[in-house]
Each structure stands twice: as structure tokens, then as C-alpha cells.
Design a protein around this ligand. Structure first.
Ligand SMILES: Cc1ncc(COP(=O)(O)O)c(C=O)c1O
Ligand SMILES: C[C@H](O)[C@H](N)C(=O)O
Length: 354
């Protein structure tokens, strides 16, 4: 088992010091349960201040629950949800969104670099309008996307226009929302409620927490009875302060943003280093904290034999994810191994990969 930071997933990282310190502070004395504690109020108020919005805030254990329950709140079982064909809610949540909504159908759209286009949305909404087909009611956007790209404010505005035309509610899977804000260098409101997002699932897990996602309803009407939905789904933490207090550690002094900036910078360091290696290329542009690298299978196998861990089942390439805990030293060690192994790789294997 590796004792070092890996590039398999930002989910491999530990708890950042600020979140850990807040957890210890929350452990100092007993507090009311089920979200009635002072830390949960403090975290929710900090998120309202961050977004400059009077939003409803809920904390659940993980991202699949956050997405599934949020989507179930913005559409009924007889509705459908439009998402990209690479969306996590389609590829990696084991039918959670469909299950939580008692049957909503996911309609899979397309677009370059993992991003839905207005045309793709328009096509999916209008291709079937008869009574026999689940009526599109929700749109799910992943920001940053599953392939490490980000929707610009302009792209979100164009998507919002189509959503308004067809009265679609907008869910944002913000598993890497912090990384998108850092990449775009915008105020968080610019790519959420000001862009028409109704509900954001903001991940703390990938930003330095042990667990804990904030479900942020900018459209408060859609949050009606959400706490009961969470309770029934087993997502109402009795000792919620152990989720919300670390969130306070992230939100105070903008630790969440610094963690994301660091992860993005490490990914850029990795991308820059790989760019100089003949036979290695990126399948998608590096915009946030992830890279999708094309390189010979033999080199990937040799890297794994040296203890490196990374996935191949997302985005059709070797995915390298950086986190708040990634160090320049580990980036440089990985680059040195790739350089050495590529130099030893037979030319025909490199040509086959190109
Ligand atoms: C884009 C995206 N959305 C949602 C999730 C769901 O998170 P979880 O694994 O906590 O259910 C992940 C997982 O890392 C993810 O990568
Ligand atoms: C793919 C896996 O489910 C996780 N969301 C990750 O990005 O590592």
C-alpha cells in the first residue's frame, strides 16, 4: 500500500490542518444533535456569506447522496434529467439519482471536453415531447467537469437561456467546484445563482475534509422538506458538527480556495512537465486539478509497478488528479519516472499510442 500522495483521485488525500483543527475544537464539548449545533449554523452562515445569497444549506455525507437527493428535489419520478454522457451521475453513482427520485430518467447529452452544449440540451428536450416519454425537467452540470474542464460564465449563460426556454431546473455537481472557482478566478456567485443554478452540491471531501458535502439551494422553494428527504435516505448526521465544523475550517480565511489553487497549480506543473516528453499527450486541456494523459500501456504498467496509482476508467485516458495535499516533490518524482520509462519505450509502442 502506498505511503505517498497518489494521483488516482483527490479522494485519496487526507484532512487539511485547518479542518482538523476545527474538528478538534468541535470535539471540546457536547453540542445539540441533528444539525441544531452552533457549528452547523456557523458553516451555513459562512456559505451564505461566501455566495452573498440567502440560500438554504444542508450537509450530507458524500457526493453521490448530495447529487441524488438534490436531483430528486428538482424533478419528479416521471421527469427526466439532462446530463453529459460522461457525467458522474450517469457513470459512477450506481443509479443513485434514478433511485432517489423513484425513477427519473437520465438523458445523455454530448459536447466537447465533457461539457454539455446548448444545442445538445435543445435536442434532448425537443426530440420527444409526447406523453409516453419522461418530460425533461432538470439539467445537471458538473463544474469542474469529470474530465477536468470548466464551464465559463458565458457558457453557463448560454445554457441558462435554453433552460429558461424549457423551464428546466439546474443542478450543479460541484465535486470540484472549488477548483473551478480557482481556475476561472471568479466570485462563486458568478458561476452559481447569478448563472441560474438552482442547487449546488459543493464538495468538501475533495477539498480537504474527511467527508461532507454542502447541498446549497439558491432556489429556496426547491428545498422544501429536503431535511426529511435526507433523514429518510440516511443522510441526516446525528453529530452533524463533525461535518460542519471542518467546513468552518475550510471557509474561514478562504482555505477552500487556497486548497483548490494549490491542487490546480500542481496539475499545471504536471502538465507542463509532461508536455516536454515525446509520445505523451493530454486528451483534454488542463483547466482545473486533473489531467487525462495518453501514453503507452507498457509505460502505464511500469509506473504502476513502481507504486504509482491512477485510474483509466474515466475520460478514456490515464487520469491524474492533484489535491490540496499534492507536493511538488511527488509531481517531480512522477515526471522523472515517466521521462525514464518513455525513453526506454520502443518507438512502435509510442507510435501506436499517438
Ligand atoms: C464529478 C464527481 N461527482 C460526484 C462524485 C461523488 O462523490 P462520492 O464519491 O463522495 O459519492 C465524485 C466522486 O469523487 C465525482 O468525481
Ligand atoms: C470516480 C470516483 O467515483 C470518484 N468520483 C473520483 O473521481 O475519484
Amino acid at each position: 500500500m502506498s505511503q505517498f500522495e497518489q494521483f488516482a483521485s483527490d479522494n485519496y488525500s487526507g484532512v487539511c490542518p485547518q479542518a482538523w483543527k476545527a474538528m478538534e475544537a468541535a470535539n471540546a464539548m457536547p453540542e445539540p444533535a441533528y444539525g441544531e449545533d452552533s457549528w452547523t449554523l456557523r458553516a451555513a452562515d459562512s456559505l451564505r456569506a461566501l455566495f452573498d445569497a440567502d440560500c438554504e444549506v444542508y450537509f450530507v455525507f458524500n457526493g453521490t447522496a448530495a447529487n441524488s437527493l438534490a436531483l430528486a428535489s428538482i424533478g419528479q419520478s416521471f421527469h427526466s434529467v439532462i446530463c453529459h454522457e460522461l457525467a458522474h451521475i450517469e457513470t459512477d453513482e450506481c443509479g443513485g439519482p434514478e433511485y432517489a427520485s423513484n425513477g427519473s430518467k437520465l438523458l445523455l447529452g454530448e459536447g466537447a471536453d465533457g461539457k454539455l452544449t446548448p444545442d445538445s440540451i435543445e435536442h434532448l428536450v425537443t426530440k420527444r415531447t409526447d406523453i409516453h416519454y419522461p418530460k425533461p425537467k432538470a439539467l445537471s452540470l458538473t463544474q469542474a467537469t469529470e474530465v477536468g474542464t470548466v464551464y465559463t460564465p458565458e457558457e453557463l449563460k448560454a445554457i441558462k437561456s435554453v433552460a429558461d426556454t424549457h423551464r428546466l431546473n439546474i443542478h450543479m455537481d460541484g465535486a470540484r467546484f472549488a477548483n473551478a472557482v480557482a481556475a476561472l478566478d471568479v466570485h462563486p456567485s458568478e458561476i452559481t445563482w447569478k448563472a441560474g443554478v438552482d442547487v449546488l452540491c459543493f464538495s468538501g471531501t475533495k477539498n480537504g475534509l474527511a467527508m461532507g458535502e454542502a447541498v446549497v439551494f439558491f432556489n429556496r422553494a426547491l428545498a422544501e422538506d429536503f431535511e426529511w428527504r435526507c433523514k429518510q435516505a440516511g443522510q441526516l448526521a446525528s453529530k452533524m458538527r463533525y461535518i460542519s465544523a471542518p467546513w468552518c475550517g475550510l471557509l474561514e480565511n478562504d482555505v477552500w480556495l487556497e486548497n483548490a489553487r494549490h491542487a490546480n497549480a500542481c496539475a499545471e506543473r504536471l502538465a507542463s512537465g509532461l508536455a516536454g516528453i515525446p509520445g505523451v499527450s493530454l486528451r483534454y486541456p488542463r483547466q482545473a486539478n486533473g489531467l487525462f494523459v495518453t501514453m503507452p500501456d507498457s509505460v502505464q504498467e511500469a509506473l504502476r509497478a513502481r507504486g504509482w496509482r491512477f485510474y483509466n476508467f474515466i475520460g478514456g485516458a490515464a487520469r491524474l488528479m492533484c489535491s490540496w495535499a499534492t507536493t511538488h516533490e511527488r509531481v517531480d518524482q512522477f515526471l522523472a519516472d515517466v521521462r525514464e520509462l518513455m525513453a526506454q519505450c520502443p518507438a512502435d509502442q509510442i507510435l501506436r499510442t499517438a
